[in-house]
Write a protein that binds this ligand. Structure first.
Ligand code: ADP
Ligand code: MG
Length: 706
């Protein structure tokens, strides 16, 4: 079913947002809908046309919250924050005016005209209307729609109540506080939203299309695979492509977080989003806009918020019971308690009103998703792409990291060390046959052998019936003869006898069998990645159990495990055995993250609590992974865990802090120790602002290094 994206503008109250989301989900025309407050995006699954949905959604929003406008997402939208800026300016002006008049009213009451009650009361009322007029209108409209218990309504009741019991400064001051808090929230959310989105949306609008001798500027969406584009120095690479002319330095930091520029020349592939620094290059497009890296990065961050972490669902459920309970307590406090005790109604009504003020769970509804949004945005600065808020939440609780060896811990670039044929064949012949079998495989071993053969100017034979046996090797037919290339397991599978002395050598071996007879082997060596050891040391510091799983032989596995300092290592595993081992480790040590390059280990990736894939890995791995490490750097593993933990703890702190403060203020009020509406506003708006600032902190801490 088609997924369509809409933008909801002017939806400032998270509580209403969740109501709107719920209501939309009940509509028969809509299969499912997810609204993301942080990006304002509503993603809808439906079979209906977007025009039909647009009016339907607009109606639904109108029935809940006034002033919300629904629009379709344009494919390319360069974030236009003009609109929000304008709103914020207007709001600040109202607040400033209200504040001045409020000051005048206080001065009148206490200094100039303390006896002229009418004068200062009127001034208070004017200040109140300026500050709270909009809130009042809003709540009246919402009552007409049968929407009680939203923030506006609660604030209106509380402040009007304060007027009724002649607490004028309280009424105006509380409204002022509320508005300032709202403004702060808006600014903080808007700032982080635009900061993240502009860092993450690197999609080009126009590109320079080369046709013969002419270069024309056309829209990026119209470009097809195979088109030739011109990229000037200083421009961003618009689409994933291969360089066909020119040599230049590329700054990849926007995509990989790596600050060292790399040199590219003819034949090298380049990722969209990187900046071409030094010279003009021509590139041939490999992927259309929708599939290019720039779109993947953007979707990563957007989806991040669409798949909501568990803690978020907890809050939704919590607020559904919490708000009515607080309102109930307020009613009891205003009526039953004074009847039973001192009959001092105005005191207890005042207490009840302060309960109402703080009954909105805004601090949580807004700050928790924002924390994950910021966490994911911060990760993207390091080339770490999370596919969802859930992934980040689960990663923060991970107990062990299990990795694949080849291509993940090692570079996956094998060097042919030795070619050892038996006496029936020459070195070159052995290499030539083996490379011919391997030419269609994407396994790092295969790629290295093929490259080595090409370097030695050997031509490859035509092959028939090529079959890759995952985790073992290749079987093919060349010149009517069956050729098998692979490891010892493969030899066992086909019951081939091999000489004993062979097993003693270290390194990855590809044994070659021609027509059923062992004919020699090729010895290859891979090197451990630079940061592998540091990464495993960091993981240990993070209290994480580490293990290495590989299809290679014990000797090689143990050697690598020793160098990097992995706690355990398991060798000679087939892809499905890797999954079993992973499950065993999980039972013993707790939830696991598996990191692989994904050549033949997509099942393990999908089977782990969190699957991490290296950006250099296969497309299928990147597809099933929950986190992608664009820079192929091992250190990103430790970094992603660190950021996840921090983000999750921020979310938890926000939840605990907000609930504790509200409960304390409520207890103070209901026990008669201290009932104060200012304190109540702080417990609501003040806490919300603090929680939001706390959430945004992660962006600051992990800001882009430049
Ligand atoms: P790893 O955990 O090292 O990534 P794999 O499951 O990818 O393990 O591969 C396991 C072993 O199988 C490799 O070390 C290699 O010996 C052998 N192998 C896999 N694919 C091939 C191939 N195409 N050609 C030769 N050998 C292969
Ligand atoms: Mg592998």
């Amino acid at each position: 079913m088609a997924e369509q994206i809409f933008i909801l503008d002017n939806l400032d109250c998270p509580h209403c947002a969740s109501k709107i989301e719920q209501k939309i989900n009940t509509l028969p025309e809509i299969e499912s809908a997810v609204f993301t407050f942080a990006t304002k995006k509503l993603s809808v699954k439906s079979e209906h046309s977007s025009d039909m949905l647009l009016s339907l959604l607009q109606q639904t929003c109108d029935s809940i919250e006034d002033g919300v406008t629904v629009r379709k997402e344009k494919h390319i939208h360069h974030h236009d924050h003009h609109h929000e800026k304008h709103d914020i300016q207007k709001e600040s002006l109202f607040i400033a005016t209200g504040m001045v008049i409020f000051g005048i009213a206080i001065a009148l009451e206490h200094l100039f005209l303390p006896d002229n009650k009418i004068a200062y009361i009127i001034t208070y009322i004017v200040a109140y209307l300026i500050l709270g007029g909009e809130v009042l209108i809003h709540s009246v409209k919402n009552i007409a729609k049968g929407q009680f218990l939203d923030e506006n309504f609660l604030m209106s009741i509380a402040t009007l109540g304060a007027f009724a019991i002649q607490e004028f400064p309280e009424a105006v001051g509380v409204m002022l506080f509320f508005r300032i808090g709202e403004l702060f929230q808006e600014i903080a959310v808007e700032k982080s939203r635009s900061q993240i989105m502009s860092a993450v949306d690197l999609r080009p609008e126009n590109v320079n299309l080369v046709k013969g001798d002419t270069v024309t500027s056309v829209s990026a969406e119209s470009i097809q695979v195979g088109d030739i584009l011109l990229v000037r120095a200083g421009d961003r690479i618009p689409l994933d492509a291969t360089v066909i002319e020119g040599t230049s330095q590329i700054d990849t930091s926007a995509v990989t977080g790596e600050s060292m520029p790399v040199t590219v020349s003819e034949g090298k592939s380049v990722l969209s989003g990187c900046i071409n620094q030094s010279a003009v290059i021509k590139i041939r497009v490999d992927k259309v806009l929708r599939e290019s890296m720039v779109t993947k990065i953007l979707h990563s961050v957007e989806n991040a918020v669409a798949s909501k972490p568990k803690i978020d669902n907890f809050i939704t459920r919590f607020s559904r019971i919490y708000t009515p309970i607080v309102v109930g307590i307020a009613l009891v406090t205003a009526t039953v308690i004074p009847l039973l005790t001192d009959r001092n109604f105005s005191k207890w009504i005042y207490t009840a009103l302060s309960f109402l003020v703080m009954s909105c769970p805004c601090a949580l509804v807004l700050s928790v998703p924002l924390a994950f949004f910021c966490g994911i945005g911060a990760s993207s600065h390091f080339g770490i792409l999370f596919k969802g808020g859930i992934a980040m939440e689960v990663l923060s609780k991970i107990r062990c990291v299990v990795t694949d060896k080849t291509g993940t811990v090692t570079k996956g670039i094998f060097e042919v060390q030795k070619i050892i044929p038996d006496n029936t064949i020459s070195q070159n012949q052995l290499l030539q046959l083996c490379a011919s079998c391997e030419q269609y495989s994407t396994h790092p071993v295969a790629v290295s052998i093929v490259n080595y053969a090409k370097k030695n100017h050997l031509s490859l034979f035509e092959t028939e019936n090529v079959e890759e046996i995952s985790g073992m090797g290749i079987k093919a037919v060349i010149n009517h003869k069956a050729v098998i290339c692979g490891n010892l397991k493969l030899m066992q599978k086909f019951q081939i006898d091999i000489p004993k002395q062979y097993t003693d050598t270290m390194g990855t071996k590809v044994l070659v069998v021609i027509g059923g007879n062992y004919s020699g082997y090729i010895l290859l060596a891979d090197t451990v990645k630079e940061n592998a050891e540091t990464t495993f040391t960091m993981l240990k510091k993070q209290n994480i159990f580490t293990a290495l799983l590989t299809g290679d032989e014990e000797k090689n596995a143990e050697a690598v495990a020793k160098v990097i300092g992995a706690d355990e290592c398991y060798a000679k595993l087939l892809p499905q055995e890797k999954l079993e081992k992973l499950k065993a480790i999980r039972q013993q040590h707790g939830s696991v993250m598996f990191v692989g390059d994904g050549i033949n280990d997509a099942p393990v990736l999908a089977g782990a609590d969190v699957g991490g894939a290296m950006g250099s890995g296969s497309d299928s791995a990147i597809e099933v992974a929950d986190v992608v490490f664009m820079n192929n750097d091992m250190l990103s593993i430790a970094k992603s865990i660190e950021i996840s933990r921090k983000t999750n703890s921020i979310a938890v702190i926000n939840v605990v802090f907000a609930i504790v403060i509200k409960v304390i203020v409520m207890i103070l009020g209901v026990t008669g120790i201290y009932a104060n509406m200012w304190l109540a506003v702080f417990a609501d708006t003040g806490v919300a602002v603090l929680c939001i600032l706390n959430s945004v902190r992660i962006l600051w801490q992990y800001r882009k290094r430049n």
